[in-house]
Design a protein around this ligand. Sequence first.
Ligand code: COA
Length: 254
Amino acid sequence: MSDILSHTDAGVMSLTFNRLDKKNAITSAMYTAMADAVAHAASDAAVKVLVFQGHESIFTSGNDIGDFLNQAPSTQASPVFRFLRGIATFPKPLLAAVAGPAVGIGTTMLFHCDLVYAGDNAAFSMPFVNLGLCPEAASSLLVPRMFGYHRAAEALLMGEAFFAEAAQEVGLVNRVVPPTEVNGYVQSQARKLAGKPLSSLVETKRLMKGNSQEEMLQKMDEEGQSFGRMLREPAAKEAFGAFMEKRKPDFSKF
Ligand code: COA
């Protein structure tokens, strides 16, 4: 069975992370599948709303670390960057249902969603510093803008998890529901949106996003260059090596 399930019904395309044995860690092949599906959803008139969802116990543990080391993204054409640009410029409503951990890109992708619903077990984290890396997905721009600088600094410099209630308080999450209900709830919201005129949905989203898109894409490119460089540096090598060897990283030399 595919690691990304795709299902379209009544104007709603749903992409489901389906790699539970690896906590829905995202491989390059999964990014390719998602980037292709997002591009298709953007242009197909039969799709009015796109939904990302995971399992009631986990949204995603972020980049698959082994795969990331083997196929480090090096250009803007890399699957992960193609996926990020696809969601950042997606013209139609984009929804997410998050239960359990949403690590790294599992959290940063949410800043590009229009509506986010969370299970009360949701745990959001952006542990880039703890991995010897830096923010991606324009999160260094979008997190301070949404959270305020000091809360953003806590999330991005400390890299610790924050939970559903805090995420709702800062505006990242629209509503918190029991984990077993979150996918069903997002589907019902998506169906409501799919019953509305697409041209109005698209125009409303375009107007709300205003002129911010150019700045956001530039930040994403700038972060991508730093991220790609830092991935090859000793601190990241130590962090990823430690994860593979199931030990704590030692950053005392970096
Ligand atoms: N990449 C690759 N494999 C991963 C992974 C990832 N991001 N996250 C989890 N896995 C694998 C584990 O190695 C383990 O594999 P194994 O059974 O072959 O040993 C399996 O998934 C289960 O993970 P485990 O850590 O035992 O589950 P948990 O419930 O204790 O913890 C997480 C879940 C998500 C909190 C934890 O797995 C985690 O922190 N993962 C890494 C997150 C991360 O740093 N992501 C990178 C962001 S750039």
